[in-house]
Design a binder for this molecule. Structure first.
Ligand code: ZN
Length: 203
């Protein structure tokens, strides 16, 4: 069955980001393809304490600033099973979601397609088909266990971000040919970037 028009744009936004909550917050560096850190499997969080909440705050701010609507800790080099999400767009009130140790309980049989992007694979988008809804168990910002039934864009974002915790990227769902092309492009760009940096050091 052919679905209607594909909802455009998923995990990165091209419009102006909302004003950050606090300019004082230090933004984290987002790791890009082909950094092998992105392939690491993240470990479960043992305790939700102030250190973890500080990391969650910094991740959220980094995500808003990028701008994106989902970020996994491994994308800022921390191999912990935590995710920040906010699928609200434009000027509406922010609805940040913090998922600690998220676990998918069920996935629907029906599927939906979104054009996905990733803050670790900038300016690359591809249509990815995934289960249309998901039931997720997680620990929240206050350390309480929660469950959530997600559908539409949120279901896709949650699956995309949980994939990050397992070292999986959305380009892994593409054909090998397409995936290899993307990886080659980013590997080349990273090499050029390195060379640029070295040139600057030489000056
Ligand atoms: Zn991503």
């Amino acid at each position: 069955m052919e679905a209607g028009p594909t909802p455009v744009l998923a995990l990165t936004l091209t419009q102006t980001p909302p004003t950050p909550i606090s300019r004082a917050m230090e933004l984290l560096d987002i790791i890009k393809l082909p950094d092998p850190v992105l392939r690491k499997k993240s470990a479960a969080v043992e305790q939700v304490d102030d250190d973890l909440r500080r990391l969650l705050d910094a991740m959220l701010e980094t995500m808003y600033e990028a701008p994106g609507i989902g970020l996994a800790a491994i994308q800022v080099g921390v191999p912990k099973r935590i995710i920040t999400i906010d699928t609200t767009r434009d000027e509406g009130p922010r609805k940040p979601l913090y998922l600690i140790n998220p676990e998918i309980l069920t996935l629907s049989d029906d599927r939906s397609t979104y054009e996905e992007g990733c803050l670790s694979i900038p300016d690359y988008f591809a249509e990815i088909e995934r289960p249309a809804s998901a039931r997720v168990r997680y620990v929240d910002y206050d350390g309480k266990q929660q469950e959530l039934e997600a559908d539409e864009l949120l279901a896709t974002v949650i699956q995309h971000e949980i994939d990050h915790l397992n070292g999986v990227l959305f380009v892994d769902y593409l054909s090998k040919l397409k995936r290899d092309l993307v990886i080659r492009k980013f590997t080349k760009a990273a090499r050029l970037d390195e060379r640029e940096k070295r040139k600057h050091v030489a000056l």
